[in-house]
Design a protein around this ligand. Sequence first.
Ligand code: NAP
Length: 275
Amino acid sequence: MKVPIACVIGWPIKHSRSPAIHRFWLNEFRIVGDYVVQPVEPDKVAAFFKNFPSGSYVGCNVTVPHKEAAFAAMNRLEPAAKAIGAVNTVWMENRELHGDNTDAAGFLANLDQEAPDWDRYRPPAVVLGAGGAARAVVWALLQRRLGPIHLVNRNVARAEALALRSGRGVRPGEWRELPDLLPDAGLLVNATSLGMEGQPPLEIDLGKLPAVAVVADLVYVPLETPLLAAARARGLRAVDGLGMLLHQAAPGFERWFGRRPSVTQALRDAIVRTL
Ligand code: NAP
Protein backbone atom coordinates (compact mmCIF):
# COMPACT_ATOMS: atom_id res chain seq x y z
CA MET A 1 0.00 0.00 0.00
CA LYS A 2 1.20 3.51 -0.81
CA VAL A 3 2.30 5.55 2.22
CA PRO A 4 0.23 8.77 2.37
CA ILE A 5 2.36 11.90 2.31
CA ALA A 6 1.07 15.47 2.63
CA CYS A 7 3.08 18.67 2.46
CA VAL A 8 3.04 22.41 3.02
CA ILE A 9 3.98 24.71 0.16
CA GLY A 10 5.25 28.27 0.48
CA TRP A 11 8.17 30.53 -0.41
CA PRO A 12 10.34 30.89 1.57
CA ILE A 13 9.27 28.14 3.93
CA LYS A 14 12.07 27.22 6.26
CA HIS A 15 10.39 27.81 9.60
CA SER A 16 7.03 26.09 9.12
CA ARG A 17 5.73 24.32 12.25
CA SER A 18 3.25 22.29 10.20
CA PRO A 19 5.48 19.18 9.85
CA ALA A 20 5.90 19.03 13.63
CA ILE A 21 2.11 19.32 14.16
CA HIS A 22 1.17 16.64 11.62
CA ARG A 23 3.96 14.26 12.62
CA PHE A 24 2.80 14.55 16.23
CA TRP A 25 -0.68 13.38 15.18
CA LEU A 26 0.66 10.68 12.82
CA ASN A 27 2.64 9.34 15.73
CA GLU A 28 -0.31 9.61 18.11
CA PHE A 29 -2.58 7.60 15.78
CA ARG A 30 0.28 5.25 14.78
CA ILE A 31 -0.41 6.05 11.13
CA VAL A 32 2.35 5.19 8.67
CA GLY A 33 2.59 8.42 6.69
CA ASP A 34 4.51 11.64 6.50
CA TYR A 35 4.18 15.40 6.15
CA VAL A 36 6.98 17.36 4.53
CA VAL A 37 7.94 20.90 3.54
CA GLN A 38 7.80 21.57 -0.20
CA PRO A 39 9.28 24.93 -1.25
CA VAL A 40 7.50 26.23 -4.38
CA GLU A 41 8.65 29.40 -6.10
CA PRO A 42 5.91 31.94 -6.86
CA ASP A 43 6.06 31.40 -10.64
CA LYS A 44 5.75 27.62 -10.20
CA VAL A 45 2.52 27.45 -8.15
CA ALA A 46 0.20 27.02 -11.13
CA ALA A 47 2.37 24.17 -12.46
CA PHE A 48 2.50 22.58 -8.99
CA PHE A 49 -1.29 22.34 -8.87
CA LYS A 50 -1.60 21.30 -12.52
CA ASN A 51 0.65 18.32 -11.78
CA PHE A 52 -0.86 17.65 -8.35
CA PRO A 53 -3.37 14.94 -9.41
CA SER A 54 -0.62 12.79 -10.94
CA GLY A 55 1.87 13.58 -8.16
CA SER A 56 2.70 11.75 -4.97
CA TYR A 57 0.97 13.92 -2.34
CA VAL A 58 -2.44 13.14 -0.83
CA GLY A 59 -2.90 16.84 -0.09
CA CYS A 60 -1.18 19.98 1.04
CA ASN A 61 -1.32 23.07 3.17
CA VAL A 62 -0.63 26.39 1.51
CA THR A 63 1.10 29.27 3.20
CA VAL A 64 2.43 32.73 2.35
CA PRO A 65 2.55 33.89 -0.44
CA HIS A 66 0.59 31.17 -2.30
CA LYS A 67 -2.90 31.22 -0.75
CA GLU A 68 -4.47 33.34 -3.51
CA ALA A 69 -2.73 31.39 -6.28
CA ALA A 70 -4.03 28.16 -4.73
CA PHE A 71 -7.52 29.66 -4.65
CA ALA A 72 -7.29 30.30 -8.40
CA ALA A 73 -6.06 26.76 -9.11
CA MET A 74 -8.86 24.78 -7.39
CA ASN A 75 -11.70 22.94 -9.16
CA ARG A 76 -13.92 23.13 -6.06
CA LEU A 77 -13.99 25.49 -3.10
CA GLU A 78 -15.51 25.16 0.35
CA PRO A 79 -17.67 28.15 1.45
CA ALA A 80 -14.96 29.61 3.72
CA ALA A 81 -12.36 29.59 0.95
CA LYS A 82 -14.84 31.11 -1.49
CA ALA A 83 -15.72 33.92 0.92
CA ILE A 84 -12.16 34.63 2.05
CA GLY A 85 -10.63 34.38 -1.42
CA ALA A 86 -7.71 32.24 -0.27
CA VAL A 87 -6.98 28.53 0.16
CA ASN A 88 -4.76 26.97 2.83
CA THR A 89 -5.85 23.31 2.66
CA VAL A 90 -5.99 21.17 -0.50
CA TRP A 91 -7.09 17.57 -1.15
CA MET A 92 -8.22 15.42 -4.08
CA GLU A 93 -11.81 14.21 -4.40
CA ASN A 94 -13.33 12.61 -7.51
CA ARG A 95 -10.11 13.48 -9.36
CA GLU A 96 -10.67 17.16 -8.65
CA LEU A 97 -8.69 19.63 -6.58
CA HIS A 98 -10.68 20.77 -3.54
CA GLY A 99 -9.67 23.79 -1.48
CA ASP A 100 -10.69 25.09 1.92
CA ASN A 101 -9.61 27.92 4.19
CA THR A 102 -9.36 26.58 7.73
CA ASP A 103 -7.88 29.74 9.30
CA ALA A 104 -11.35 31.06 10.14
CA ALA A 105 -12.50 27.84 11.82
CA GLY A 106 -9.12 27.58 13.55
CA PHE A 107 -9.46 31.09 14.92
CA LEU A 108 -12.94 30.37 16.33
CA ALA A 109 -12.03 26.94 17.72
CA ASN A 110 -9.08 28.46 19.55
CA LEU A 111 -11.20 31.22 21.09
CA ASP A 112 -13.89 28.70 22.07
CA GLN A 113 -11.28 26.51 23.75
CA GLU A 114 -9.23 29.20 25.46
CA ALA A 115 -11.92 31.78 26.32
CA PRO A 116 -15.24 29.88 26.61
CA ASP A 117 -18.38 32.01 26.16
CA TRP A 118 -16.37 34.86 24.66
CA ASP A 119 -19.22 35.46 22.18
CA ARG A 120 -22.20 34.90 24.48
CA TYR A 121 -23.45 38.49 24.24
CA ARG A 122 -22.34 39.00 20.63
CA PRO A 123 -20.21 42.00 21.58
CA PRO A 124 -18.70 44.49 19.14
CA ALA A 125 -15.19 43.49 18.05
CA VAL A 126 -12.14 45.49 17.03
CA VAL A 127 -9.90 43.79 14.47
CA LEU A 128 -6.49 45.29 13.75
CA GLY A 129 -5.16 44.57 10.26
CA ALA A 130 -6.60 44.07 6.80
CA GLY A 131 -4.29 41.45 5.27
CA GLY A 132 -4.92 37.77 4.62
CA ALA A 133 -5.27 36.81 8.27
CA ALA A 134 -7.71 39.65 8.95
CA ARG A 135 -9.87 38.46 6.03
CA ALA A 136 -10.24 35.08 7.70
CA VAL A 137 -10.90 36.61 11.14
CA VAL A 138 -13.57 38.98 9.84
CA TRP A 139 -15.37 36.16 8.02
CA ALA A 140 -15.17 34.00 11.14
CA LEU A 141 -16.65 36.73 13.34
CA LEU A 142 -19.44 37.33 10.83
CA GLN A 143 -20.33 33.61 11.09
CA ARG A 144 -20.86 34.15 14.82
CA ARG A 145 -22.97 37.24 14.10
CA LEU A 146 -20.81 39.52 16.19
CA GLY A 147 -21.40 43.10 15.65
CA PRO A 148 -20.39 45.55 14.67
CA ILE A 149 -16.85 44.60 13.65
CA HIS A 150 -14.54 47.60 13.57
CA LEU A 151 -11.71 47.00 11.14
CA VAL A 152 -8.72 49.21 11.88
CA ASN A 153 -5.69 49.23 9.63
CA ARG A 154 -2.66 51.45 8.99
CA ASN A 155 -3.60 51.58 5.32
CA VAL A 156 -7.24 52.63 5.65
CA ALA A 157 -8.03 52.03 1.99
CA ARG A 158 -7.28 48.33 2.57
CA ALA A 159 -9.66 48.25 5.54
CA GLU A 160 -12.33 49.99 3.46
CA ALA A 161 -11.96 47.47 0.64
CA LEU A 162 -12.26 44.52 3.04
CA ALA A 163 -15.26 46.10 4.79
CA LEU A 164 -16.94 46.65 1.43
CA ARG A 165 -16.58 43.03 0.37
CA SER A 166 -17.61 41.77 3.82
CA GLY A 167 -20.93 43.61 3.85
CA ARG A 168 -22.88 45.44 6.50
CA GLY A 169 -21.63 45.03 10.03
CA VAL A 170 -17.98 45.60 9.18
CA ARG A 171 -16.88 49.20 9.63
CA PRO A 172 -13.48 50.47 8.52
CA GLY A 173 -11.65 52.69 10.96
CA GLU A 174 -8.44 54.59 11.47
CA TRP A 175 -5.80 53.85 14.09
CA ARG A 176 -6.48 57.15 15.87
CA GLU A 177 -10.11 56.11 16.44
CA LEU A 178 -9.08 53.24 18.73
CA PRO A 179 -9.58 55.11 22.04
CA ASP A 180 -13.25 55.63 21.06
CA LEU A 181 -13.76 52.05 19.88
CA LEU A 182 -12.21 50.12 22.77
CA PRO A 183 -14.69 51.00 25.58
CA ASP A 184 -17.48 49.01 23.84
CA ALA A 185 -15.38 46.15 22.52
CA GLY A 186 -15.82 42.62 23.84
CA LEU A 187 -13.03 41.32 21.64
CA LEU A 188 -9.80 42.86 20.39
CA VAL A 189 -7.87 40.91 17.75
CA ASN A 190 -4.38 41.66 16.51
CA ALA A 191 -4.27 40.41 12.90
CA THR A 192 -1.30 42.58 11.97
CA SER A 193 2.30 41.43 12.01
CA LEU A 194 3.09 43.93 14.78
CA GLY A 195 4.52 42.20 17.84
CA MET A 196 6.04 39.41 15.77
CA GLU A 197 9.71 38.63 16.29
CA GLY A 198 11.69 41.18 14.27
CA GLN A 199 8.71 43.56 13.94
CA PRO A 200 7.87 46.63 16.03
CA PRO A 201 5.64 45.94 19.07
CA LEU A 202 1.94 46.68 18.98
CA GLU A 203 1.50 49.50 21.44
CA ILE A 204 -2.08 50.15 22.46
CA ASP A 205 -3.48 51.43 25.73
CA LEU A 206 -5.78 48.61 26.85
CA GLY A 207 -7.01 50.65 29.81
CA LYS A 208 -10.24 51.50 28.01
CA LEU A 209 -11.33 47.92 27.28
CA PRO A 210 -14.17 46.59 29.44
CA ALA A 211 -13.10 44.13 32.16
CA VAL A 212 -14.92 41.29 30.35
CA ALA A 213 -13.09 41.84 27.05
CA VAL A 214 -10.97 39.13 25.44
CA VAL A 215 -7.70 40.02 23.69
CA ALA A 216 -6.52 37.66 20.93
CA ASP A 217 -3.21 37.87 19.13
CA LEU A 218 -2.60 35.92 15.91
CA VAL A 219 1.15 36.30 16.33
CA TYR A 220 2.72 33.19 17.92
CA VAL A 221 6.45 34.02 17.77
CA PRO A 222 6.88 35.08 20.49
CA LEU A 223 4.08 33.19 22.15
CA GLU A 224 3.56 35.87 24.79
CA THR A 225 3.48 39.12 22.83
CA PRO A 226 3.65 42.52 24.58
CA LEU A 227 -0.06 42.92 23.73
CA LEU A 228 -1.01 39.69 25.52
CA ALA A 229 1.24 40.51 28.46
CA ALA A 230 -0.47 43.90 28.80
CA ALA A 231 -3.89 42.25 28.61
CA ARG A 232 -3.02 39.72 31.33
CA ALA A 233 -1.55 42.50 33.49
CA ARG A 234 -4.96 44.18 33.29
CA GLY A 235 -6.72 40.95 34.27
CA LEU A 236 -8.26 40.43 30.82
CA ARG A 237 -8.53 37.05 29.14
CA ALA A 238 -5.69 36.74 26.60
CA VAL A 239 -5.51 34.18 23.78
CA ASP A 240 -2.29 33.54 21.84
CA GLY A 241 -1.90 32.71 18.15
CA LEU A 242 -0.46 29.21 18.56
CA GLY A 243 -3.85 27.66 19.25
CA MET A 244 -5.19 28.99 15.93
CA LEU A 245 -2.23 27.44 14.12
CA LEU A 246 -2.91 24.08 15.77
CA HIS A 247 -6.66 24.15 15.18
CA GLN A 248 -6.41 25.20 11.53
CA ALA A 249 -4.27 22.11 10.89
CA ALA A 250 -6.85 19.57 12.11
CA PRO A 251 -9.28 19.51 9.12
CA GLY A 252 -6.44 18.87 6.64
CA PHE A 253 -5.10 15.99 8.72
CA GLU A 254 -8.55 14.39 8.75
CA ARG A 255 -8.94 14.76 4.96
CA TRP A 256 -5.54 13.23 4.20
CA PHE A 257 -5.08 10.63 6.91
CA GLY A 258 -8.68 9.74 7.84
CA ARG A 259 -8.66 10.53 11.57
CA ARG A 260 -9.91 13.66 13.32
CA PRO A 261 -7.10 14.86 15.61
CA SER A 262 -7.50 16.90 18.81
CA VAL A 263 -5.62 19.96 19.93
CA THR A 264 -4.29 18.82 23.30
CA GLN A 265 -1.90 20.26 25.85
CA ALA A 266 0.63 17.59 24.84
CA LEU A 267 0.56 18.81 21.22
CA ARG A 268 0.84 22.40 22.35
CA ASP A 269 3.81 21.61 24.58
CA ALA A 270 5.55 19.79 21.72
CA ILE A 271 5.14 22.73 19.34
CA VAL A 272 6.08 25.33 21.96
CA ARG A 273 9.42 23.52 22.21
CA THR A 274 10.00 24.27 18.48
CA LEU A 275 9.30 28.01 18.75
P1 NAP B 1 -0.30 40.42 5.60
O1 NAP B 1 -1.34 39.98 4.63
O2 NAP B 1 1.06 40.76 5.12
O3 NAP B 1 -0.89 41.67 6.44
C1 NAP B 1 -0.08 42.33 7.37
C2 NAP B 1 -0.93 43.29 8.18
O4 NAP B 1 -0.10 43.88 9.19
C3 NAP B 1 -1.52 44.44 7.37
O5 NAP B 1 -2.77 44.78 7.90
C4 NAP B 1 -0.49 45.56 7.61
O6 NAP B 1 -1.03 46.85 7.47
C5 NAP B 1 -0.15 45.31 9.05
N1 NAP B 1 1.16 45.90 9.40
C6 NAP B 1 2.38 45.44 9.04
N2 NAP B 1 3.34 46.25 9.53
C7 NAP B 1 2.69 47.26 10.20
C8 NAP B 1 3.14 48.40 10.93
N3 NAP B 1 4.45 48.69 11.07
N4 NAP B 1 2.21 49.22 11.50
C9 NAP B 1 0.88 48.93 11.37
N5 NAP B 1 0.40 47.86 10.69
C10 NAP B 1 1.30 47.02 10.12
O7 NAP B 1 -0.07 39.28 6.72
P2 NAP B 1 -1.13 38.20 7.24
O8 NAP B 1 -0.97 36.94 6.47
O9 NAP B 1 -2.46 38.85 7.32
O10 NAP B 1 -0.56 37.90 8.72
C11 NAP B 1 -0.67 38.85 9.77
C12 NAP B 1 -0.16 38.20 11.06
O11 NAP B 1 -0.98 37.10 11.42
C13 NAP B 1 1.26 37.66 10.97
O12 NAP B 1 1.94 37.92 12.18
C14 NAP B 1 1.06 36.16 10.82
O13 NAP B 1 2.14 35.39 11.33
C15 NAP B 1 -0.18 35.96 11.67
N6 NAP B 1 -0.95 34.76 11.31
C16 NAP B 1 -1.14 33.83 12.27
C17 NAP B 1 -1.88 32.72 11.97
C18 NAP B 1 -2.10 31.69 13.05
O14 NAP B 1 -2.49 30.56 12.74
N7 NAP B 1 -1.88 32.04 14.30
C19 NAP B 1 -2.45 32.54 10.70
C20 NAP B 1 -2.24 33.53 9.74
C21 NAP B 1 -1.48 34.64 10.06
P3 NAP B 1 -1.00 47.63 6.05
O15 NAP B 1 -2.13 47.08 5.25
O16 NAP B 1 -1.17 49.04 6.44
O17 NAP B 1 0.35 47.33 5.43
